[in-house]
Each structure stands twice: as structure tokens, then as C-alpha cells.
Design a protein around this ligand. Structure first.
Ligand code: ASP
Length: 341
């Protein structure tokens, strides 16, 4: 049976070309994609194109667009074998993470890709990324999709979406999952590493829940941080979840004034989640005395979550009417392969 893939073009460098007069990059009409990459017609799958009415630089992509993408997948779920989202690379890891929480019980591939060089560039990486991502989006073992999660394909690697970070602004090899192995790799053969792939539980049916609470804030601590400036800054907006990017395996200033400040935040009912500023490894509260503060204030251990996953997970879970469990125990669960069990 010929598989069908829905290709959703949202914007980003992949859909741009150089205006040789001005020298700047501008979006080209993506409906002409087949003329740029005629090889698409040689693939063993049918590709239908949908596009955002205005292609977006991914710095403009946010919760409203995540919901649009999730709703689109819901609307067309039965009609397609897989979904490919073309997206700017700058915030692709945020979108991939958000979608992984919104799309529940997913049993079909949802792949995101983009490129570092525009499709019209002679040395572009767009063509390989797009063509192989289409392969992964239509990759089946009989009737079962090989990839049943939100994944990101870039520079010959298939990566778990909610474990990704954009690690380079220049290299073709731009994305990494420092805390998780590759899901697959494209070489002479198209490989999928079955043991690394996520599977939803048997009972779970496919559902889309686009709930997002925007009362989430990220604070990256640093030596010499001005507490006074912080107090004024943080008290104004009613924050429900504060994600705190702390040092190493979970250390924080021993200065009592900072502890009082965090207590003050907690007393306002704000949840505090701690994640590490390191690219790899996890938070280990209690390893150093300077991490015991997080036990005292009842912080949530974000373990080995990426910033992107911690933020989008908090946005999705906070005040979500679907869940009766309290935020803390829910957040600490591995829901979509985003963190250690
Ligand atoms: N600024 C672009 C974007 O994220 C970069 C890219 O696509 O690579 O939309």
C-alpha cells in the first residue's frame, strides 16, 4: 500500500531563497516545492502539502502555532500514515517538545525538520533533510508505524523531539539529544533503533490536548546575581511555575537571603522546578550541601529535562483540567520519554 504523508510547511530557512539583488533571504512560494526537489515524486509515498498562510521565522512560533499544528494532525490523523513539519531551526526543539505533550497516544510518526541553508542554496542541507524525513514519516513495519512519537530529523540523525536542543547555529549537525541515544540514523540503510523508540501504553487512544498555561517563567541563575533586581522583577507577574536553571547537579547559593526569597515565592503558591545548566547529566538533590535548599523549599526535581521540555511540560500540565493528580507528582513522571523514569 502506498503511504500518504501530510507535509506542513510553517516557515524557516528551509523555505527561503537568496534574492540575488539584495543579498537577503526571502521566503519562496512553497507550493512549488516539487520543482525545487523533483525527487519527491520518486518517493514511494504520496505527499500532500499544507502551509501556514504566512511562513514564520520560528522565533515567532509559539503556543498558538503549536495548537494549530496539533489540531491539524488531529483533523487528518486517519487520512495519513505520517506527518512531516517543516520548521525554522531556532525554536524547533520547543515545538517538538510541546507537540510531544499535546499528542497523546500517538501511533504514527510526527517528524520535524528544517535546514541551516536555504533550499535554493547550492550547498543546501534542505534536500537531504526533507527527503529522508519523508522516508521516516512513511516508515512502517507491515501495518505498524516504526516511529510512534514526535521526532526530529536532521543531518542523518533521527532524534527524540522532547530531548532535543539546538546545539549549533552554524553546523549542519545542529541538533543533539545529550541525555538520550539516537532513535535512528540514515546511512546506506535507513536505521531505526527499536529499543530507543517510544511506545504509548496499550490502552491509550490517540487524543489531542492543546492546553497551555502561560504563567510559566524561566530563570537562569549566575554568580553575582542581583537579588534586589530579581525581587522586583519576579513579584509582579503572577507566575505559577518557576523553572530554575541551577548549577551542575543542582547547586544554588548558600546565601540565606536567596533562600528566603525562594520561600517567599513558594508561599505565593508558585511551583519551583529545578533543571541543570549542564547540557548532559541530571539533577541530584542532596549530593552537595548546596543543593539541600531544594528539599527545604519543596522544589520539583526536573532531573535530566532540557529547558525546552521543562518549559513546555510545565505549560501543558499546569491547570490542565484533564489531570486530577497534583502538579508535582505529575511533573515528576516520565510522560513521553522526556526524562528518566
Ligand atoms: N531563523 C530561522 C528560523 O528559525 C533559522 C532557521 O530556520 O534555521 O526560522
Amino acid at each position: 500500500m502506498k503511504r500518504k504523508v501530510l507535509l506542513l510547511y510553517t516557515g524557516g530557512t528551509i523555505g527561503m531563497e537568496k534574492d540575488y539583488e539584495s543579498g537577503s533571504l526571502k521566503a519562496f512560494d512553497f507550493s512549488n516545492i516539487a520543482s525545487r526537489i523533483p525527487e519527491i515524486s520518486l518517493l514511494d509515498c504520496d505527499v500532500n502539502l499544507h502551509q501556514f498562510s504566512t511562513p514564520l521565522d520560528s522565533s515567532d512560533v509559539g503556543p498558538e502555532h503549536w495548537s494549530m499544528m496539533a489540531e491539524m494532525i488531529k483533523e487528518h490523523y486517519e487520512d495519513y500514515s505520517g506527518f512531516l513539519i517543516l520548521h525554522g531551526t531556532d525554536t524547533m526543539a520547543y515545538t517538538a517538545s510541546a507537540l510531544s505533550f499535546m499528542l497523546k497516544g500517538l501511533r504514527k510518526p510526527v517528524i520535524l525538520t528544517g535546514s541551516q541553508l536555504p533550499i535554493g542554496d547550492l550547498r543546501t542541507d534542505a534536500k537531504e533533510n526533507l527527503l529522508t524525513a519523508l522516508y521516516y514519516a512513511s516508515f512502517y513495519d507491515g501495518e505498524e508505524a516504526v516511529v510512534q512519537e514526535v521526532a526530529l530529523y536532521f543531518e542523518y540523525k533521527l532524534l527524540r523531539g522532547n530531548r532535543c536542543i539546538k546545539a549549533s547555529a552554524e553546523n549542519f549537525d545542529a541538533f543533539k539529544t545529550p541525555n538520550y541515544p539516537l532513535l535512528g540514523q540514515s546511512g546506506v540503510n535507513l536505521e531505526a533503533y527499536r529499543n530507543a523508540l517510544f511506545r504509548p501504553s496499550q490502552e491509550e487512544i490517540f487524543e489531542v490536548d492543546t492546553h497551555i498555561c502561560k504563567k510559566v517563567f524561566l530563570l537562569w541563575i549566575f554568580p553575582g546575581m542581583n537579588l534586589h533586581a530579581l525581587e522586583n522583577f519576579i513579584q509582579d507577574p503572577p507566575i505559577k511555575v518557576l523553572i530554575l536553571g541551577v548549577f551542575g547537579s543542582g547547586t544554588f547559593f548558600s546565601d540565606k537571603k536567596f533562600e528566603d526569597f525562594l520561600f517567599q515565592i513558594r508561599n505565593c503558591g508558585t511551583e519551583i522546578v529545578i533543571i541543570s545548566q549542564c547540557m548532559s547529566g541530571e539533577i541530584s538533590i542532596g549530593k552537595y550541601d548546596n543543593s539541600n535548599i531544594f528539599k527545604r523549599i519543596g522544589a520539583i526535581n526536573g532531573r535530566d529535562l532540557t529547558v525546552e521540555s521543562a518549559l513546555t511540560k510545565a505549560m501543558h500540565l499546569m491547570d490542565n483540567p484533564r489531570y486530577t493528580e497534583d502538579f508535582k507528582s505529575l511533573f515528576q513522571k516520565n510522560l513521553r520519554g522526556e526524562m528518566l523514569n
